[in-house]
Each structure stands twice: as C-alpha cells, then as structure tokens.
Design a protein around this ligand. Structure first.
Ligand code: SF4
Ligand code: SF4
Ligand code: SF4
Length: 182
C-alpha cells in the first residue's frame, strides 16, 4: 500500500546500456548456470534466458532478455536500422516463437522466459546483472500503483447486468450481501 492507501506492487526491471556491453556473454553463462538442474551443475548458453545479439564488425552488442512465448509468428514486425545497418525483423525480439530457435530449451524445445531469478531466499540482484562486470546491466525496482483493469471491470459490469436482467436487482443485491458475509 502507498501513502494514499492504494494497492501497489513491486516492478522489477533491468536497464540495458548497450554502449557498455562488451559482448563477453558472461550474462548468458550466469543465467544458464543458475537455471540448470541442479543449480550451477552445468553451463550452456543455449539454455540462457538472456541472449546477446552480436555484430562484432559494427561493434554492436545488445543483450535481450527472453519474454513471453508467442504461439504464432507475428505479422507486424519491427525493423531496426542502427548506424546505417539494417537488422532482420526478429533480431531484437524477446519472444520465443515458432519462427526461430531462440529462447527455447535445446533438448525439450520448451520456451524459456526470464523469471528475474526468483528464488528463496531472494537474490540481491539477478545473476546476469551480477555477472556483468562492464556495468551494462542495472537492476531496478520500483513501486507501482495497481489500477483496476478496465477490461475486467467492463466484463464484470456485463455479467452483473445480465444477472440483474434475469433475476431482478433485489435478488442480486441480496445475494451479494449474503455472500460477502460468508
Ligand atoms: S555480461 Fe554485460 S558486457 Fe558481457 S555480454 Fe552480458 S551485458 Fe554485455
Ligand atoms: S521472433 Fe519474429 S515472428 Fe516471432 S514474435 Fe518475434 S518478431 Fe514476431
Ligand atoms: S534476470 Fe535471471 S532469468 Fe532473467 S535473464 Fe537475467 S539471469 Fe536470466
């Protein structure tokens, strides 16, 4: 809760400074070791939830953390031009999707997603950040107010309206009053 009594949540983020990234891939190694079963029993960058997109000629290294699994290839894609060089549409995409092997477990093919190294007890900072001695990755936490989701509210209103139509306002309010006391 914040000072106004509003519900809040902690949002975790990793800020990337591509200018500081040296392409050493220590972040990939640390991530794969942390997620090995048992922990730290093996190292395999293909199992990492962070992937360093590298173009050594242009001196560009961009660490990308794995995002959500996408069931299908997307139709609308982004093309990036950096220092005059055009990159493929999927180059900086964080999704595990059918169009490529990135962010998929090499053995099972299951999608991999960054989990911010959630652990018990919690780590002071995620493994990739800790491993990055170049300071390209910075861990940040911020408190954010949780807003009621408009879509859910809309769905709830539609549901309530249909209940009222079917049973009448009094019956619905009586039921809500009774259930809330249980
Ligand atoms: S550990 Fe840091 S410097 Fe090395 S590749 Fe990863 S982000 Fe870049
Ligand atoms: S990898 Fe490419 S096709 Fe798949 S979601 Fe990303 S941009 Fe779309
Ligand atoms: S935060 Fe943890 S899970 Fe996510 S990429 Fe970094 S090391 Fe991997």
């Amino acid at each position: 809760m914040d000072s106004n009594g509003k519900k809040t949540r902690i949002v975790k983020d990793i800020k990337v400074d591509t200018k500081k990234c040296a392409g050493c891939r220590a972040c990939e190694i640390a991530c794969s070791a942390f997620h090995a079963v048992p922990k730290f029993s093996s190292v395999n960058s293909a199992r990492s939830r962070i992937m360093v997109v590298m173009d050594e000629v242009r001196d560009i290294f961009v660490p990308i953390r794995a995002g959500d699994y996408a069931q299908a290839e997307c139709n609308g894609r982004n093309r990036y031009v950096i220092d005059g060089k055009e990159y493929d549409e999927c180059t900086f995409c964080p999704a595990s999707c059918p169009s490529r092997d990135a962010f998929k477990d090499p053995d099972s093919g299951f999608p991999l997603k960054c989990d911010m190294c959630e652990d018990v007890p919690p780590l002071e900072k995620p493994m990739c950040v800790d491993a990055c001695t170049f300071g390209a990755l910075t861990y940040e936490e911020r408190e954010e107010a949780v807003e009621a989701e408009p879509q859910k509210r809309e769905e709830m209103e539609i549901g309530l309206k249909s209940l009222i139509k079917k049973y009448g306002l009094k019956k619905v309010t009586d039921t809500i009053a009774r259930v809330s006391k249980e």
